[in-house]
Design a protein around this ligand. Structure first.
Ligand SMILES: [Cu+2]
Length: 368
């Protein structure tokens, strides 16, 4: 014999929360044992707060009872030929009020109750319901028994919603990236470009800033988009969906940064080579730094000066030392920078600059 209590338990579980008013139950079966079994089961479960409002044994009786008694729940004997379950389902599909239909089979091996749940949702809750519906085994069973068109329609709706979100997110990210690039091209972040080396450095700088703008748009854009679009609906206390890993995503976020780092390393090494490339017969300048001044010595000319004077379009080779602490020679317009270390001849550091523009620039100590 089929264990009724199991099916009933299963049904109560699908109810989730308790009703404030007792459930109004209509039992539809022409077999007296079916109704009796169910009734005794319900009497045992006082806490279930259900009230059997009618017992019907034919379709006609049942349909008029649906109107006059207005039940919340109809328990239909699945195996009863006199009670046509298709009529119930038709009724269930076309009706508008809140209603559940449980199809209960007492046959051997029938250990499932099929629950049809009709409810009215506020438009704002439909998204959430769709999500639950696709996550839940219970609702899948329901949709299998409903007509296929309805299921397909809901899946299509969900798919188009997903598509809308994906397209929205992509447009949002592209918008932020485009705005960032537009701003970047108009705002001059760098001082004058006054050396050959500065051209290479600026190229590298632009590549990095482009990558930063795209990453910013991707990370902050998706975050802001999610905050705006997927924000909690009023009264919603449920958790988000549980997501358990994604091999594709993991592969992407491993491989893409790996490639990015390799590309940046390659471009960086290339620029470093270009910046340090020696030219024949550079102008040699020995630079002595100390607290708090620079001294520039021109060995070819026998001149020592607190001012650095360089010709344009000729490479200058600066040989840097320090008399006290570590200083760092830096003219922002030339971009390049080099430490000046104390320790005499062994610690001399070279720096190559090829000025391209006449101007007055400040020599800074980047350690300060
Ligand atoms: Cu210094």
């Amino acid at each position: 014999m089929y264990d009724l209590s199991y099916a009933w338990e299963a049904h109560l579980m699908t109810n989730g929360k308790k009703q404030p008013n007792p459930w109004r139950v209509l039992i539809a079966s022409s077999h007296p044992l079916f109704a009796q079994g169910l009734l005794s089961l319900l009497q045992k479960r006082q806490k279930a707060e259900v009230e059997v409002v009618g017992l019907v044994s034919t379709v006609d009786e049942a349909l008029s009872a649906l109107q006059s008694l207005n039940p919340d729940l109809v328990v239909v004997d699945y195996d009863d030929d006199k009670v046509n379950r298709d009529d119930f389902l038709k009724r269930f599909v076309t009706g508008g009020s809140r209603l559940r239909v449980v199809l209960l089979s007492l046959k051997e091996g029938g250990d499932e109750a099929i629950v049809y749940d009709r409810r009215t949702l506020a438009a704002s809750r439909i998204d959430e319901w769709l999500k639950k519906w696709t996550d839940s085994q219970e609702y899948e069973t329901v949709s299998d028994f409903n007509n296929d068109n309805k299921k397909r329609g809901e899946v299509d709706l969900e798919r188009s919603n997903k598509m809308k979100h994906v397209i929205g997110a992509i447009l949002f990210v592209i918008g932020i990236a485009a705005g960032g690039i537009f701003a970047l091209e108009r705002i001059n972040l760098l001082p004058d470009q006054a050396s050959v080396q500065a051209q290479y450095i600026d190229e590298l700088f632009n590549i990095h800033f482009l990558a930063i703008v795209v990453l910013f748009a991707l990370i902050v854009g998706l975050m802001v988009f999610s905050i705006l679009v997927f924000r909690r609906k009023p009264g919603d206390k449920t958790d988000g969906p549980h997501v358990e890993g994604s091999s594709n995503l993991e592969a992407i976020w491993t491989i893409v940064p790996l490639i990015a780092v390799l590309v940046i390393a390659f471009v960086g090494a290339d620029v470093l080579g270009a910046v340090e490339r020696p030219e024949p017969r550079p102008l040699e300048v020995r630079v002595v730094s100390s607290q708090w001044n620079w001294l520039f010595e021109y060995p070819d000319y026998g001149i020592i000066s607190p001012e650095l004077v360089l010709p344009i379009d000729q490479q200058a080779l600066l040989l840097l030392t320090s008399t006290d602490v570590i200083h760092s020679f830096w003219v922002p317009e030339f971009r390049v920078k080099q430490d000046a270390l104390p320790g005499g001849e062994d610690m001399v550091r070279p720096l190559r600059i090829t000025p391209t523009q006449i101007g007055n620039y400040k020599v800074l100590c980047a350690e300060l």
